[in-house]
Write a protein that binds this ligand. Structure first.
Ligand SMILES: [Fe+2]
Ligand SMILES: [Fe+2]
Length: 168
Protein backbone atom coordinates (compact mmCIF):
# COMPACT_ATOMS: atom_id res chain seq x y z
CA UNK A 1 0.00 0.00 0.00
CA UNK A 2 1.22 3.44 -0.92
CA UNK A 3 -0.29 4.76 2.32
CA UNK A 4 2.49 3.55 4.56
CA UNK A 5 5.42 4.19 2.26
CA UNK A 6 5.51 7.98 2.66
CA UNK A 7 7.50 9.22 5.61
CA UNK A 8 6.66 12.82 6.49
CA UNK A 9 10.24 13.72 7.31
CA UNK A 10 11.71 12.09 4.22
CA UNK A 11 9.19 13.98 2.11
CA UNK A 12 10.28 17.29 3.62
CA UNK A 13 13.96 16.40 3.38
CA UNK A 14 13.63 15.63 -0.33
CA UNK A 15 11.83 18.94 -0.86
CA UNK A 16 14.72 20.72 0.87
CA UNK A 17 17.14 19.07 -1.53
CA UNK A 18 15.04 20.01 -4.53
CA UNK A 19 14.80 23.68 -3.50
CA UNK A 20 18.53 23.86 -2.81
CA UNK A 21 19.44 22.36 -6.17
CA UNK A 22 17.07 24.80 -7.93
CA UNK A 23 18.79 27.68 -6.11
CA UNK A 24 22.10 26.45 -7.49
CA UNK A 25 20.63 26.22 -10.99
CA UNK A 26 19.39 29.83 -10.69
CA UNK A 27 22.89 30.90 -9.63
CA UNK A 28 24.36 29.25 -12.70
CA UNK A 29 21.72 30.36 -15.22
CA UNK A 30 23.01 32.82 -17.84
CA UNK A 31 19.87 33.33 -19.90
CA UNK A 32 17.42 35.74 -18.14
CA UNK A 33 14.31 33.89 -19.36
CA UNK A 34 15.65 30.57 -18.08
CA UNK A 35 16.68 32.21 -14.82
CA UNK A 36 13.21 33.68 -14.38
CA UNK A 37 11.53 30.33 -15.03
CA UNK A 38 13.81 28.56 -12.55
CA UNK A 39 13.16 31.25 -9.96
CA UNK A 40 9.37 30.89 -10.39
CA UNK A 41 9.67 27.12 -9.99
CA UNK A 42 11.86 27.41 -6.88
CA UNK A 43 9.63 30.10 -5.32
CA UNK A 44 6.50 27.98 -5.92
CA UNK A 45 8.10 24.90 -4.37
CA UNK A 46 9.48 26.81 -1.41
CA UNK A 47 6.15 28.56 -0.81
CA UNK A 48 4.18 25.29 -0.93
CA UNK A 49 6.78 23.57 1.28
CA UNK A 50 6.53 26.34 3.88
CA UNK A 51 2.75 26.17 3.85
CA UNK A 52 2.55 22.41 4.44
CA UNK A 53 4.94 22.76 7.36
CA UNK A 54 3.08 25.72 8.85
CA UNK A 55 -0.38 24.23 8.39
CA UNK A 56 0.30 20.55 9.09
CA UNK A 57 3.72 19.64 10.51
CA UNK A 58 4.31 22.42 13.01
CA UNK A 59 0.85 22.38 14.65
CA UNK A 60 1.00 18.55 14.81
CA UNK A 61 4.22 18.55 16.81
CA UNK A 62 3.58 21.59 18.99
CA UNK A 63 4.35 20.65 22.59
CA UNK A 64 6.05 22.50 25.43
CA UNK A 65 9.43 21.08 24.43
CA UNK A 66 9.21 22.06 20.75
CA UNK A 67 7.42 25.39 21.18
CA UNK A 68 10.49 27.61 21.15
CA UNK A 69 12.07 26.03 18.09
CA UNK A 70 8.74 26.05 16.20
CA UNK A 71 8.29 29.75 16.86
CA UNK A 72 11.82 30.31 15.63
CA UNK A 73 11.04 28.20 12.54
CA UNK A 74 8.04 30.37 11.64
CA UNK A 75 10.19 33.49 12.05
CA UNK A 76 12.75 31.96 9.70
CA UNK A 77 9.97 31.22 7.20
CA UNK A 78 8.89 34.86 7.47
CA UNK A 79 12.40 36.07 6.75
CA UNK A 80 12.65 33.79 3.70
CA UNK A 81 9.22 34.93 2.45
CA UNK A 82 10.31 38.56 2.70
CA UNK A 83 13.34 37.79 0.55
CA UNK A 84 11.19 35.95 -1.99
CA UNK A 85 8.72 38.84 -2.12
CA UNK A 86 11.59 41.31 -2.66
CA UNK A 87 13.06 39.13 -5.40
CA UNK A 88 9.70 38.89 -7.18
CA UNK A 89 9.84 42.68 -7.53
CA UNK A 90 13.31 42.67 -9.09
CA UNK A 91 14.54 41.84 -12.56
CA UNK A 92 16.63 38.67 -12.51
CA UNK A 93 19.58 40.58 -13.97
CA UNK A 94 19.55 43.17 -11.18
CA UNK A 95 22.64 42.71 -9.01
CA UNK A 96 20.44 42.94 -5.92
CA UNK A 97 18.53 39.89 -7.14
CA UNK A 98 21.75 37.88 -7.01
CA UNK A 99 22.68 39.31 -3.62
CA UNK A 100 19.27 38.38 -2.23
CA UNK A 101 19.58 34.92 -3.76
CA UNK A 102 22.82 34.42 -1.85
CA UNK A 103 21.16 35.48 1.41
CA UNK A 104 18.16 33.27 0.65
CA UNK A 105 20.44 30.30 0.03
CA UNK A 106 22.19 30.80 3.37
CA UNK A 107 18.91 31.17 5.25
CA UNK A 108 17.29 28.16 3.58
CA UNK A 109 20.36 26.07 4.29
CA UNK A 110 20.44 27.09 7.96
CA UNK A 111 16.71 26.59 8.43
CA UNK A 112 16.44 23.28 6.56
CA UNK A 113 19.57 21.64 7.93
CA UNK A 114 20.53 23.19 11.27
CA UNK A 115 17.02 23.80 12.56
CA UNK A 116 14.79 21.20 10.95
CA UNK A 117 16.84 18.19 9.90
CA UNK A 118 19.29 18.31 12.81
CA UNK A 119 17.00 19.41 15.62
CA UNK A 120 13.28 19.37 14.95
CA UNK A 121 13.03 16.19 12.85
CA UNK A 122 14.79 13.92 15.40
CA UNK A 123 12.36 15.25 18.04
CA UNK A 124 9.41 14.54 15.76
CA UNK A 125 10.70 11.02 15.12
CA UNK A 126 10.68 10.38 18.86
CA UNK A 127 7.12 11.72 19.17
CA UNK A 128 5.51 9.71 16.34
CA UNK A 129 5.48 6.13 15.19
CA UNK A 130 5.83 4.93 11.62
CA UNK A 131 2.09 4.97 10.89
CA UNK A 132 1.66 8.46 12.26
CA UNK A 133 4.58 9.72 10.18
CA UNK A 134 3.08 8.06 7.10
CA UNK A 135 -0.33 9.64 7.73
CA UNK A 136 1.29 13.03 8.23
CA UNK A 137 3.34 12.54 5.06
CA UNK A 138 0.25 11.70 3.02
CA UNK A 139 -1.60 14.69 4.35
CA UNK A 140 1.29 17.05 3.58
CA UNK A 141 1.85 15.59 0.11
CA UNK A 142 -1.85 16.00 -0.77
CA UNK A 143 -1.81 19.65 0.29
CA UNK A 144 1.49 20.26 -1.52
CA UNK A 145 0.13 18.79 -4.76
CA UNK A 146 -2.97 20.93 -4.53
CA UNK A 147 -1.00 24.12 -3.80
CA UNK A 148 1.67 23.60 -6.44
CA UNK A 149 -0.95 23.75 -9.21
CA UNK A 150 -1.87 27.29 -8.19
CA UNK A 151 1.38 29.30 -8.40
CA UNK A 152 1.70 29.50 -4.59
CA UNK A 153 4.56 32.04 -4.82
CA UNK A 154 1.94 34.65 -5.66
CA UNK A 155 0.54 34.40 -2.13
CA UNK A 156 3.94 35.00 -0.53
CA UNK A 157 3.86 38.84 -0.52
CA UNK A 158 0.63 38.71 1.51
CA UNK A 159 2.38 36.53 4.12
CA UNK A 160 5.21 38.94 4.92
CA UNK A 161 3.55 40.96 7.68
CA UNK A 162 4.00 38.50 10.53
CA UNK A 163 4.98 34.91 11.19
CA UNK A 164 2.40 32.20 10.50
CA UNK A 165 0.35 31.24 13.57
CA UNK A 166 1.17 27.82 14.99
CA UNK A 167 -2.31 26.73 15.99
CA UNK A 168 -4.88 25.78 13.39
FE1 LIG B 1 10.59 25.02 7.49
FE1 LIG C 1 11.41 22.51 5.70
Amino acid sequence: MKDDTIDALELLRSQHEEVESLIEEIEEADDPAAKEALFAEMADKLAAHSTIEEKILYPSVMIEKTRESLIEATEEHLSVKRLLADMMELAVDDEHFDAKLTVLKEQVRHHAHDEEEDQLFPQVRRMMNKDELAALGNEMLALFEMLIEREPRKRVPAETVEAAPLMM
